[in-house]
Design a protein around this ligand. Sequence first.
Ligand code: FAD
Length: 561
Amino acid sequence: MEKQYDVIVLGGGLAALTLSIQLKRSNPDISIVILEKREGDAPMAAHKVGESTVELASHYFRNVLGMKDYLETHELPKHGLRAFFKSNNKNDITTRVELGPRRKLVVPSHQIDRGTFENYMIKHVQELGVNFLSGAIVKDFNLTKEGNTVTYKLNGEEHTISGKWVVDAASRASLIKRKLGFQKELDHNINSVWWRVKSVVDVDTWTDNEVWKSKLEPKLRYLSTVHFMDKGYWIWVIPLGTGCTSIGIVADQEIHPLTSFNTYEKAMEWLKVNEPQVYSKLEPETPNVLDFMQLKHFAHNTTRMYSADERWGLTGEAGAFLDPLYSPGSDFIALANTWLSDLILRDVKGEDISVRAKVYEQAFLRQVDNWIPIYKNKYQLLENSQIMVIKIFWDWAVYWSIHSLMFTNNGFVNLRLLKRLFGTENGLGDKLATLNMRMQNMFISWKPYQTEVFENRYIDPFDIRFMRAFQLGLEKVHETDQLLEAQLHENLGILEQMATCIFRLVSSQAKDTPVDMEINPYDFDLENVNQNIAPEGAVTPAQNVVDDVSLLWFYEVKEMA
Ligand SMILES: Cc1cc2nc3c(=O)[nH]c(=O)nc-3n(C[C@H](O)[C@H](O)[C@H](O)COP(=O)(O)OP(=O)(O)OC[C@H]3O[C@@H](n4cnc5c(N)ncnc54)[C@H](O)[C@@H]3O)c2cc1C
């Protein structure tokens, strides 16, 4: 038996490196070895996907892990998500409904070249004293209450080491999940292909229409994560530092089978049919293509995350992965690492972590469950700009006002708060799950009634005052649990009002009901609207919320009854 470590990490990608930094920042004496099968440096640009970050992960990278300076110096700032929806003339980008921020954002996020980022973090963890072994292939491991061992091969030789903790960060190899048998299927059959080009792709240059261009300051469209959407698919265009661009197609297998775009040549033909302008701008870049990758049915889940008895944990794609539509991959890494590092650090200090491990595992699995309805069966809606604008705003509102705020205020490792919010029946967690489910179901029910193709519109999330307040609120530090809890409840109240306003508008369009109909947002069902019965628990939205939500409405708002 060779060396003994506090933590052995299987795999050395984003999840492994960030976890190690997080552990070392709290306890410089903790001994960590990372076993990574790749030999040598990661390539620039054409390495892995996961290039676009959102607020929660950016907070984690910048503030929790202290990488603000690196990100600001070496990676690109991101100017939000920018969606272009279906129009009757997809050869002209200016005709498409466009959703995205116009002005520079206050809350930062980044476009990350995964190769340069990982290479930087490898050097950083080594400086922190982590033993990073490249070319080390994990062969086997034994996890028992008495102690854990891992066997790996390096330079043709097998080594066995022991560790107090073993962390699976080996992504889809899912080493622990497979060996202990707790994989969970996810019925969300979406595929993706992606490639990188060694050139700048800037959608702002795709037209000479100066009015369209002047809606934003120059370069802000370029810095956005750009999505082109239509029935059953979305395409990403993400700028990377060093002048490269990442392009991807993500599509529902039922609507666009993977075999129709699973080589570069086929992907180009597919674009020519589905996205002619994107094709015409990308085809000349063919000599600059750096790679081409594909992933079939990428969604997967798990029934376990952490064990206090046998001292193991999962992080990154070794656990669960749902869908990249809103770029949440790094957020899930931030969450999983925050729980796991808290368990490891407490255990190493000698604290009993058995309760925490159970609570954290439940909290993680519940987060995943609550996110599934956001994506599942929703690719059929991507062609519909009116439904998608409202859905995107709703999904962001929930994400900023509750999940991200909890994270930026360390709420997810606060046992008392977790119990009060998510461990009590009809607490904030239950309510949010019900409200979200009602909204997600409504989007599907609305589809047959909302068939119009809209064009020539610009929607800015930050024109909506409560959306702006939710996003800016992430930077606010709430000094006590009570203050944080009060803010979360206030935010839930605004979400209830937002949902009520949306249900009223949708019902008025689909079912011709009055726009001021009484609605209990926890009990709304578009298929069973009864305007004659005033429901218990009806919510009366404030006028400013009514006004704000009406900015997302493409139709004329009907007169009050
Ligand atoms: C199509 C698509 C688009 C995405 N877009 C985004 C996005 O825009 N933003 C975002 O935040 N996330 C995105 N994600 C998610 C993101 O890719 C993942 O969250 C992230 O890459 C996972 O990091 P990881 O550390 O778990 O895995 P990785 O970074 O893949 O690291 C795993 C490491 O384990 C090593 N390994 C595997 N087996 C062994 C072994 N036996 N021995 C030793 N080492 C081993 C591998 O070499 C690898 O380096 C996307 C995912 C998909 C599928």
